[in-house]
Write a protein that binds this ligand. Structure first.
Ligand SMILES: [Zn+2]
Length: 194
């Protein structure tokens, strides 16, 4: 794990931040328990549940992952609809199929927004970005699952905690609030689901 970025705080606890190129999920690990050192490592993983599996893949012993991983925070950035040229529109047929497949009837009757393109947004229809997040805390059942070094068992154990709170769910909330487009949500979801 490369130490591209390192942040040190004054006081008894030292926080070290390691961010390899392409990192997308924040992994909070502590090293040297009792030594006052907190280490924050950023790994390139698809989503929060993949993080523990990736650590094992990288050669970390599963017992060590189970005992030192506290939480995983995954993040994606979405472009925001330009407020200067925002307009209502009906999503494309493929986007409607995606909404229905992922969220059933939950999206029906909602108004969808996009930017028409103006001088403020250089014709892109987007201005600014915001983050969506999913967080996985290492509850006892997840610690046990991580100790098994079985990716499927871990993903299964993580599912209840992430239910309705995944990156894709958060992206859809922004779509339904008219702050981003369905295509941005599809881009994030496709990225997460591979
Ligand atoms: Zn605009």
């Amino acid at each position: 794990m490369g130490a591209h970025n390192r942040v040190r705080q004054p006081g008894p606890a030292r926080v070290e931040l390691h961010r390899p190129r392409g990192a997308r999920a924040l992994i909070v690990l502590t090293h040297g328990a009792g030594g006052g050192v907190e280490s924050v490592d950023l790994l390139a993983v698809r989503d929060a549940a993949s993080a523990a599996i990736r650590l094992v893949d990288m050669g970390a012993p599963s017992y060590m992952v189970a005992s030192s991983l506290h939480a995983v925070l995954a993040q994606r950035l979405l472009r925001l609809v330009c407020e200067s040229c925002k307009e209502e529109h009906r999503p494309e047929p493929h986007a409607e199929r995606w909404l229905e497949a992922h969220f059933g009837e939950q999206w029906a009757g909602h108004r969808f927004m996009r930017g028409r393109g103006c001088s403020h947004c250089n014709g892109t229809g987007y201005a600014g970005r915001t983050g969506v997040y999913e967080m996985l805390e290492m509850a006892p059942e997840l610690v046990r699952a991580a100790g098994l070094a079985d990716p499927n068992a871990f993903a299964e154990a993580a599912r209840p905690q992430l239910e309705g709170r995944t990156l894709t769910d958060r992206a859809l909330e922004l779509v339904l609030a008219g702050r981003t487009t369905v295509s941005e949500a599809i881009r994030v979801a496709t990225d997460v689901e591979g």
